[in-house]
Design a binder for this molecule. Structure first.
Ligand code: GAL
Length: 348
């Protein structure tokens, strides 16, 4: 072989070794890394089935509740005006963790009822965006969720209660909060113990904030429409340094769109729209995700924005995107990070 060719071969080899090395490094997940959009597994190696979820911190553990979706995805052909992709509702799942990295499957804490075709909880119905609060007075865990008919026309909120964070939850029934339709929804518990239900209403044109009764199981009757005619859904609410934040998506079904957030001085006050907090790759499409919850790390000034990356033709295999939120005064930014490290012990 000529000297020139040998040299070329050497360079090619070096390049191949470098490429191989960088691939191995990229795919290797460090133990405390969060990698957005990948398959997330529980400590038994099974993939986590907890979509549209929310997290409750209780006595040293984080409990992640979500939609436990059925295996197969189908399109409801009778709905013509939009793509109504469905997976059977199997109920609400729960996973728990002390470090937000290693999740133990706690089971289905509110199961669907395959033998009761008239029930809200029949697998053909919608059980979405479950959120749980702990009520210090009643010592009950209160679960609210979006209950709907298969075509999303019924638009009600369902409530269930349990004595333990891992259930079993007892279903109390469903209703239209304050007589108004309720679809995408979340809960927020304030530092004074008051709790609120926040949902899309008026056919997704506006959001509604309802103060709940002291036991958190019903609307108190005090409520306010907010972000009127702004067509927002997927609300996620949190409080930081005296201000209330509401992150939400636009209304394009399972397809991604631009996120936006609003800030207020009180839950029933005036919410002012701040715009899209996402930055970086695919920020205009919320990184191909949709908001579901913002988790405050217990006792810390650290917040994680949680999104679902829906796979509309295979809903059970939709993945998760979790990103740390950055603040400058009262402005929030959610920069795209493909992977980042989370070490609760080292957070000040
Ligand atoms: C989304 C909503 C999801 C689900 C979906 C159905 O807009 O945020 O939770 O209801 O529509 O197409």
């Amino acid at each position: 072989m000529k000297r020139k060719n040998k040299l070329l071969l050497c360079w090619l080899l070096v390049f191949a070794v470098y490429l191989l090395g960088s691939c191995v490094n990229k795919s290797e997940k460090k133990p405390n890394e969060i990698i957005s959009g990948e398959v997330w597994r529980d400590i038994n190696g099974n993939f986590i089935n907890a979509h549209g979820g929310g997290i409750l911190y209780h006595e040293g553990r984080y409990y992640w509740y979500g939609e436990f979706k059925g295996d197969s995805t189908y399109r409801l052909e009778r709905v013509k005006s939009w793509e109504c992709w469905r997976a059977d509702a199997q109920g609400v799942s729960c996973y728990s963790s002390t470090d937000l990295l290693h999740w133990r499957y706690e089971g289905i804490v509110l199961a669907s009822l395959p033998n009761d075709s008239l029930s809200d909880l029949h697998p053909s119905q919608i059980i979405e965006r479950p959120k749980v609060l702990y009520n210090d007075k009643t010592r009950k865990f209160v679960l609210w969720m979006h209950i709907d008919s298969p075509d999303y026309e019924k638009a009600v909120a369902g409530v269930a209660v349990a004595d333990s964070p891992t259930g079993p939850f007892v279903y109390l029934g469903s209703f239209k909060p304050n007589g108004l339709d309720s679809r995408d929804q979340t809960l927020f518990k304030d530092t004074d113990g008051k709790a609120y239900h926040i949902c899309s209403t008026d056919w997704n044109k506006s959001l509604m904030v309802s103060l709940l009764t002291d036991d958190y199981t019903k609307p108190s009757g005090v409520y306010k429409r907010i972000l009127i005619r702004q067509k927002r859904e997927a609300p996620a609410v949190f409080k930081r340094k005296g201000k209330y934040y509401l992150l939400s998506s636009g209304c394009t079904g399972w397809d991604p769109n631009r996120a936006s957030y609003a800030v207020a001085d009180s839950m029933l006050g005036t919410w002012s729209v701040q715009g899209d907090p996402c930055t970086g790759t695919d920020a205009d499409k919320t990184f191909y995700g949709q908001s579901t919850f913002v988790l405050q790390i217990e006792g810390k000034d650290e917040y994680i924005a949680m999104f679902d990356r829906w796979n509309k033709t295979d809903l059970i295999h939709s993945s998760y995107i979790w990103l740390p939120i950055e603040f400058t005064d009262h402005n929030m930014v959610i920069p795209w990070k493909e992977r980042w490290s989370l070490d609760l012990k080292n957070i000040k």
